[in-house]
Design a protein around this ligand. Structure first.
Ligand code: ZN
Length: 401
C-alpha cells in the first residue's frame, strides 16, 4: 500500500455517491453485499465489502465502546447470520437494516482508529465492486476528539393514554416484540449449532404466536417489527403506548456458556434484579442499542432511573400477575428453567404504562433448544400458553364489555 495515496478523509461527512461515477447504470434491484474481507494487522487493517450493484456510504465513529459505523443504501446481505469476528483492529462486526432505505454495518474496535482511506474498486468483467476502508490505529484522545455530540435521541416520556385513538373493537390489543433485528443480530450462540441468530428466531416465533392469538378472535396483535429491521429499544414499548395496548410481550432467546443449560424463563421489570444471572441477562439485552450504533453515552443510567420511576406501581402489579399466569401455562407446554420467573432492569420493559413481560424462550447454545426454537410446533405451544395466560389474566383482572 502506498501511503502517499492516502487521502485525509474526515470521519464525518465522508459521503460518496457512486451513482455519479456510474452514470447510466440502471437501479433495478437492491444492491447485494456478497462478501466481507479483512487484511493487515493491529496497526493497519483493511476492511473490504464486496457489493453487487451500487450504494452511497457514510461513516462515523462512536465511543464507549469504540465503534465505526458505515451506513449504506438499503442492501441485501448475503454474508451469514448477522455478524462475525473481525481481524486486526476490528474485534467483530454486525450488520442489517437500520431503517427502510438505510442499511448499517457496525465495527466494534479493538483499538481506536481513523479511517485513513476509503474508496471503491470497480469489479472487472461482471465481478462485484469492492468498497475498501483502510483503518489505522490512533490514540484514544484523537479518536474521542473526532466524535461530535452524542446522537442521543429525544424520547417523549409520556404516560398519559389517548383513548380517542382506540379503535372501536372489543378485542384486546397485544403488542408482540420480536427482539433485536437489522444490524443487531442478538445472541449468536446458535450460529455454530444451526447457523441461526436470535433475531431470526424471535421474528419467526412472533409471527406464529401472532397467528395463534388472532385465531382466537379475542385479540388483535401488533408486532414492533414485521421484518428484519433494527428498532430502538425505547421505540419498542412506544408501539404499545401509541396503540393503547393491553399487554406488551418481548420475545427473546438466550445464550449461556454452559451448553447443557436449557429451558424458558419469564422476566418482569424490577429495579433490583432477582438474581445475578438475571442482572447479567438484562445487561446483555440492554446492549442492543450500543451494538446497533445508537450512542446513549453516560446519560443512559440517569434516563433509565427516571423511566423506572414513571412506571406506575399498578402496571408493575399487573405485569407480575400476567407473568405468573404465563409462567404456569408455559410450564405445561415447554421445558422451563428451574427458577422460571425472574426479574431485572430491562430497558425494553421500562417507561410505559402497559403491563409487560419478556420471555426468553430457551437457549440457542443448547442443541435441543436450538432445534426446537426453529420449529413451528414449539412456537404454537408457546402461542397457546400465551393465549391461555392472557385469557385468564383478563378474566381475573378486567371485566370484558
Ligand atoms: Zn435478546
Amino acid at each position: 500500500m502506498d501511503r502517499t495515496l492516502f487521502l485525509p478523509i474526515r470521519i464525518f461527512l465522508s459521503a460518496l455517491i457512486f451513482s455519479a461515477l456510474l452514470a447510466g447504470y440502471s437501479l433495478a434491484a437492491s444492491p447485494e453485499i456478497s462478501a466481507v474481507r479483512f487484511g493487515g494487522d493491529d496497526n493497519k487493517t483493511r476492511f473490504v465489502l464486496e457489493i453487487k450493484g451500487k450504494s452511497a456510504f457514510r461513516t462515523f465513529s462512536l465511543a464507549n465502546p469504540n465503534r465505526i459505523v458505515i451506513d449504506l443504501d438499503e442492501v441485501n446481505w448475503n454474508i451469514g447470520p448477522g455478524g462475525a469476528e473481525g481481524m486486526g483492529l476490528i474485534k467483530n462486526y454486525r450488520y442489517g437494516l437500520y431503517m427502510p432505505g438505510t442499511s448499517r454495518i457496525v465495527l466494534d474496535l479493538k483499538y481506536p482508529v481513523k479511517i485513513a482511506n476509503s474508496f471503491v474498486i470497480k469489479g472487472k468483467a461482471g465481478n462485484p465492486d469492492r468498497m475498501v476502508f483502510d483503518f489505522e490505529k490512533i490514540s484514544q484522545a484523537s479518536f474521542s476528539s473526532s466524535i461530535s455530540a452524542p446522537a442521543v435521541r429525544a424520547q417523549a416520556v409520556n404516560s398519559t393514554r389517548t383513548p380517542a385513538s382506540r379503535p372501536i373493537s372489543n378485542k384486546k390489543i397485544i403488542v408482540l416484540d420480536p427482539g433485536h433485528g437489522g444490524h443487531d443480530p442478538g445472541n449468536l450462540g446458535g450460529v455454530k449449532i444451526n447457523g441461526i441468530s436470535e433475531k431470526n428466531v424471535t421474528i419467526t416465533a412472533a409471527r406464529n404466536i401472532k397467528n395463534i392469538l388472532e385465531a382466537s378472535g379475542r385479540y388483535k396483535v401488533i408486532l414492533t417489527r414485521d421484518r428484519d429491521i433494527y428498532v430502538n429499544l425505547r421505540d419498542r414499548p412506544q408501539v404499545a403506548h401509541q396503540n393503547n395496548a393491553d399487554l406488551f410481550i418481548s420475545i427473546h432467546a438466550d445464550s449461556f456458556t454452559q451448553s447443557s443449560v436449557r429451558g424458558a424463563t419469564v422476566y418482569t421489570l424490577s429495579e433490583n434484579a432477582s438474581d445475578r444471572e438475571a442482572a447479567l441477562l438484562a445487561a446483555r439485552e440492554n446492549k442492543s442499542d450500543v451494538i446497533a450504533g445508537v450512542n446513549l453515552g453516560d446519560e443512559t443510567d440517569m434516563v433509565q432511573n427516571i423511566l423506572i420511576d414513571l412506571v406506575k406501581q399498578e402496571t408493575m402489579n399487573l405485569s407480575n400477575r400476567f407473568a405468573g399466569e404465563l409462567d404456569s401455562e408455559l410450564k405445561k407446554a415447554v421445558t422451563m428453567r428451574k427458577r422460571s420467573l425472574r426479574s431485572a432492569g430491562f430497558v425494553v420493559l421500562k417507561g410505559i404504562d402497559v403491563p409487560s413481560v419478556l420471555i426468553e424462550m430457551g437457549y440457542l447454545t443448547n442443541s435441543t433448544d436450538a432445534k426446537l426454537l426453529m420449529q413451528k410446533e414449539t412456537h404454537d405451544k408457546i402461542g397457546r400458553a400465551i393465549l391461555n395466560a392472557t385469557d385468564r389474566y383478563f378474566a381475573k383482572n378486567f371485566a370484558f364489555n
